[in-house]
Design a protein. Sequence first.
Length: 337
Amino acid sequence: MIVILVKNVTDGQMDQVLARIAEAHLTSHISKGEETTVIGVVGAHLPPDLPDAIERLPGVSRIMRISKSYKLPSREFKPSNTVVEVGDVRIGDGGLVVMAGPCSIESREQLLATALAVKKAGAQVLRGGAFKPRTSPYSFRGMGEEGLKILADVGAETDLKVVTEVMTIDQVELVAQYADILQIGTRNMQNYQLLEEVGRIDRPCVLKRGMSATIEEWLLSAEYIMGKGNKQVILCERGIRTFETATRNTLDLSSLPVVKRMSHLPVICDPSHATGKWYLVPPMSLAALGAGADGLLIEVHPDPDHALCDGAQSLTLENFSTLMDKLVAMMDLMNRP
Ligand code: PEP
Ligand code: MN
């Protein structure tokens, strides 16, 4: 349910509404717009007489029910696009934010060479995994905290924001010490305790779509994070499992405009994990831009043939730069800033 307050609501009136909501063991999420303030009310059980009771309180303009299972990420709750700000990088404001870098941080040299090149080509965020979820326990599983240190150092040196994955609840605090944006991977989209832990901290987070998750389930995962207070969620389409084997996953491009319609949150696309093949990354990046993506998450490596992880889907520095030129040309065509 959404409580829409009158324009000139007083603090006292607002407190009265919040108290009535708390009495019913429900949680309030206040959203102050330019014109009006609204309170999103969520909780397991909405007493049937509560909407009428609240509508009668002074300072309340009207009540709206949210019909969807997900509430806080829904357009009904917040009609205007959310812009997630990471310093001066703005995700969701109509521009295209490119996050690029290796699958895994392998060394300072490798990351710095990549960072300098992607920055020169126009990327604004550096990606790199330090804690890697690998299908096989015998694969390279990342450098851990040493990798995080390299990431933060190289980010500072090149003036790039950094994003990296957090896999477990007890890593959240550690990763947040080093990263500007936390990433929740496809395998953890339904790790609800991890989602809540990330929801408790004040740090933007990329929430990847589970490889077998419906869009509704994905938005419900965003609800877990937002419900604990962290509203800075960036959704990331990264491909889903289908019967097709020619690509690593099937890129569900239609999810981009679908999510834009259902949710106010920014949505980005990861064409690297979606396809698994470097030569599919440029066409799918352009397609994602065409489908309305607010950003791209792209794997780039100075020497993909020798990458410790996901070399087959990593762009060389040169190929990345060529792609960025095409993206800029397409942004112009689309009249996007
Ligand atoms: C990644 O971005 O490095 C990654 C592991 O992605 P995903 O969770 O989409 O597989
Ligand atoms: Mn990868």
